[in-house]
Write a protein that binds this ligand. Structure first.
Ligand SMILES: *Cc1c(COP(=O)(O)O)cnc(C)c1O
Length: 391
């Protein structure tokens, strides 16, 4: 039978056809009025997509480049910083902060869980220059409470910058960047904005710009001050990923188009879409007998599921690929074999969710030998969908 390749991974995510066409057509030079107009349009759209009055910069790198820039530009060797970590991407903050000589305090939550706010309060010291965290920890599919951490920083009079990796949080979580006081919020192109890997974007607060002037860490490619100066002219410091910028513009047009041309409303609809698909997926997989890996604080970006005792999640990953050409993600690091992860961020609709769950019923029955009644997972998801759309 025909098997269509379907990506259900939390980055890269499925590509938007309109963005692919824009990418294919983008044979323009980056030091021209045509590109400057495109770049400025996309930067303005990104401000709306992120939901901020702060500057938003676009970097030609994967998401980690913007994470590195948020350490190298904002800290000096010896600076005390606090990292909140509960998974592989939190651990990346720890590694990065150490690489740039910070004195790193680490607050850990177990994989599959989020932080106890009282613990965060205890861990926070007046001398911390920055707090680094994820909005959603993609390795465990957990959502962290950025709003609560932001409030805590304000309440305690902390001077620390709040730096949030929103790489899978953007487009799946509602943020009030300026109201809460998020100094840096980072996104990546291969996540909710439906285009290939290669671009990172980040919003930068006035407070963060001030700190940057005093930072003594070395930076060259990722010098955000230089990027800001060039962005005003519609340029980037070095040759940008021109085609991806064109693709990003088309994707943001599409997201706006989902709400009659209003990008802010389109962003809200995109977040709601991910949340409904995530809830439907959770209900479907639980109906099949799987256990949610992050039941207390599930992210809408992705769902992580533990396979029953004695089974290997790699078998589920392999079987979905070979039988249905459907690509999901295994657990990362020590979670490999124990959990699998399916994505909801970006260009997924409810019928994609139904396809995934239908395929999963076959795999649960044939590969894992679970007592499956066809339609169980799909029906549970349909109930969630029906409840969500009836007002
Ligand atoms: C995908 C992802 C990243 C960035 O990864 P890159 O491979 O550098 O693009 C960082 N943080 C989170 C939470 C992610 O999901």
């Amino acid at each position: 039978m025909i098997r269509k390749t379907r990506l259900f991974t939390p980055g890269p995510t499925p590509l938007l056809p309109a963005a692919q066409f824009a990418i294919a057509a983008a044979d323009i030079h980056h030091r021209t009025p045509e590109f400057r107009a495109l770049f400025q349009k996309v930067l303005a759209q990104l401000k709306v997509f992120v939901g901020t009055q702060n500057d938003v910069l676009l970097l030609s790198s994967s998401g980690t480049g913007a994470m590195e820039a948020s350490v190298s530009n904002l800290t000096s060797p010896g600076d005390p910083v606090l990292v909140l970590t509960a998974g592989k991407f939190g651990e990346r903050w720890v590694d990065l902060a150490k690489a740039f000589g910070c004195q790193v305090d680490v607050l850990k939550a177990p994989y599959g869980e989020t932080f106890d706010l009282a613990e965060v309060r205890k861990a926070l010291k007046p001398e911390h220059r920055a707090v680094y965290m994820q909005a959603t920890e993609t390795s465990t599919a957990v959502r962290h409470d950025v709003e609560a951490v932001a409030k805590l920083l304000k309440e305690t009079g902390s001077e620390a910058l709040l730096v949030v990796d929103g790489i899978t949080g953007l487009g799946t979580t509602h943020f009030d960047v300026d109201g809460w006081g998020i100094d840096i919020l980072i996104g990546g192109s291969q996540k909710a904005v439906m285009i290939p890997p290669g671009l990172a974007y980040l919003s930068v607060s006035e407070k963060a710009w001030g700190v940057m002037e005093k930072s003594k860490n070395p930076r060259y490619y990722f010098d955000l001050r230089k990027e800001r100066k060039n962005a005003v002219k519609g340029e980037s410091s070095y040759t940008p990923a021109v085609a991806l910028v064109a693709g990003l513009g088309a994707a943001l047009d599409y997201i706006a188009g989902q709400a009659g041309g209003d990008l802010e409303k389109g962003r809200i609809a995109l977040v709601d879409n991910a949340q409904v698909n995530a809830a439907a997926t959770r209900a479907g997989l639980v109906a099949l007998g799987f256990t949610l890996f992050a039941p207390t604080a599930p992210a809408a970006a992705a769902t992580a599921v533990a396979v029953p005792e004695g089974m290997n999640s790699s078998d589920v990953v392999k079987a979905l690929k070979s039988r249905f050409a459907l690509v999901i993600a295994n657990g990362q690091g020590e979670m490999q074999g124990k959990i699998f992860r399916v994505a909801h961020l970006g260009f997924f609709d409810f019928l994609d969710t139904i396809a995934l769950l239908g395929a999963m019923e076959h795999i649960a029955k044939d590969t894992l030998k679970l007592p499956v009644k066809y339609g169980e997972a799909v029906a549970a998801a349909q109930q969630v969908y029906a409840d969500a759309v009836k007002q």
